[in-house]
Design a protein around this ligand. Structure first.
Ligand code: ADP
Length: 447
């Protein structure tokens, strides 16, 4: 009401001014009253037209220009324009702040290694993070508003989306080959759903490995235990002659030894996995290592093979002596166990141009088919299970060798050809190789 008062005053002033001017002009032609009326009407009309123009200008600004200043400097419409503009700026700022927060929130979700997917009440994709799109093989833009169950047809996933009640995540094979996903679906809002995806391929692989490992260990221990139990029962229930008793006891000892070797290998593996990497300040004589391993191999071979050792290298290896001894011992024991009588087994040492070195155990035994090579270092993997067990193998030897090499910054290389023999090479990095000094720390180092 107050805002209109000045306008009323202005309108009256315009009327008065127009009337006065009209009266003055009318008087000069002898019609002062007619002049007054005409002047008042003309002045008021002009004022109204000008007013309407200001209103139109303000309306145009409202429709088009939120960036520019509101039109006019004085008057009711200018004042109104200024107030609208101020309100507009406040809201624009609030909207920009809101957008910024939303963008930060979304980029936070995008930075997560887990995927997030929002479904509307019809299970159509309302929003999809980049990771969720990767996990489920979707296109985050193209597939918007598509029903998720048309795009991801895995029955477990579909059941999970349809049920969407539990707190339990389900593990499914991702549409992306070779990937395993954990998917959790939660309801929210008015029938919307939140789908969380996580890549659990590695965890799943480790769990499978652990399960297989426990199953393998149980199997490996159960077999000799069953044999032992059979012998114990035989001895308890049957009267045996001295010769028979000795034979049964020898067989029982064989099974006991088998279990002892298995447990020893398992302990070695768990120690290798659980202890820190060997430091580079303890030096072991390579020649002493080779000498000891060759001695053990000769004992195992009992003269059935031709064993050839390399010339003295006078080199030192930085690392854990027991581990290195076990690695070389395992390779030589395998060569002796798998190479038929009369075969040749040779240990070779080579220093490479970059300062690294390689210690190889080469045999001319049966060799190994190509398809087995990548799996030989897996625990309990055997090419010929019965041959391995007959000769006292646990299936853990090469797995131990691989671990030892990894802990020493080196690697195990296997080359083999069926019918021609095998070569197992321990590659040692240059930082772990040194020249034998009379003052070397190792007990094996000649003083
Ligand atoms: P195992 O205790 O059975 O010998 P390893 O892990 O030492 O277990 O070896 C894995 C498998 O690799 C063996 O079962 C055997 O089939 C094969 N293998 C290892 N060394 C040789 C070799 N020198 N010649 C032929 N086959 C070998």
């Amino acid at each position: 009401m107050i805002a209109w008062l000045p306008r009323l005053v202005v309108a009256l002033l315009v009327l008065v001014a127009g009337g006065t001017a009209g009266h003055w002009a009318g008087a000069s032609v002898g019609a002062p009253m007619a002049g007054l009326c005409a002047g008042a009407v003309l002045a008021l009309s002009a004022w109204l037209v000008a007013d309407e123009w200001r209103v139109q200008r303000l309306m145009r600004w409202l429709h088009t220009a939120s960036e520019t200043e509101a039109p006019g400097r004085v008057g009711l419409w200018a004042d109104m324009g200024y107030r609208i503009e101020r309100e507009l700026r406040v809201r624009e700022q609030a909207l920009a702040d809101e957008r910024e927060r939303l963008a930060q929130f979304l980029s936070g979700i995008e930075a997560s290694p887990n995927g997030v997917l929002l479904l509307d009440a019809e299970d159509q994709i309302a929003w999809c993070s980049r990771v969720a799109a990767e996990h489920l093989g979707l296109d985050a833009r193209r597939d918007l508003l598509q029903p998720i169950t048309n795009l991801v047809r895995n029955p477990d996933f579909v059941a999970c989306v349809k049920a969407s009640a539990g707190d339990e995540a389900v593990v499914i094979a991702s549409p992306v080959p070779g990937t395993t996903l954990s998917v959790l679906v939660r309801r929210h809002g008015a029938g919307q759903k939140l789908v969380l995806t996580q890549d659990v391929t590695e965890r799943h692989r480790l769990e499978t490995m652990r399960r297989d490992f426990v199953a393998n260990v149980s199997h490996e221990i159960r077999t000799p235990l069953t044999v032992l139990a059979g012998f114990v029962e035989t001895m308890a229930s049957l009267p045996l002659s001295d010769t028979e008793r000795r034979r049964v006891l020898a067989l029982m000892q064989e099974q006991t030894t088998r279990m002892q070797v298995l447990v020893a290998d398992l302990l070695t593996l768990s120690q290798l996995e659980g202890s820190p990497r060997p430091t580079v300040d303890r030096w072991v004589s390579l020649d002493a290592l080779v000498r000891r391993a060759m001695g053990d191999a000769r004992g195992l071979s009992k003269g059935r093979h031709g064993l050839v050792a390399p010339a003295d290298t006078h080199l030192l290896i930085a690392g854990a002596e027991s581990e290195l001894q076990s690695a070389l011992g395992n390779l030589l024991s395998n060569a002796v166990r798998y190479t038929p009588e009369g075969g040749r087994i040779e240990v070779r040492w080579r220093r490479l141009g970059d300062g690294s070195g390689s210690l190889s155990v080469v045999d001319n035994g049966p060799g190994i088919a190509r398809e087995h090579l990548p799996r030989l270092t897996e625990r309990f993997y055997r090419v010929d299970g019965s041959r391995s067990r007959e000769t006292g193998g646990t299936g853990l030897g090469l797995s131990i060798v691989k671990h030892v090499m990894q802990r020493h910054g080196g690697e195990l290389q296997i080359d083999s050809e069926p019918g021609r023999g095998s070569s197992f090479t321990l590659h040692l990095p240059s930082v772990r190789l040194g020249t034998e000094q009379p003052t070397a720390l190792s007990a094996d180092t000649p003083a």
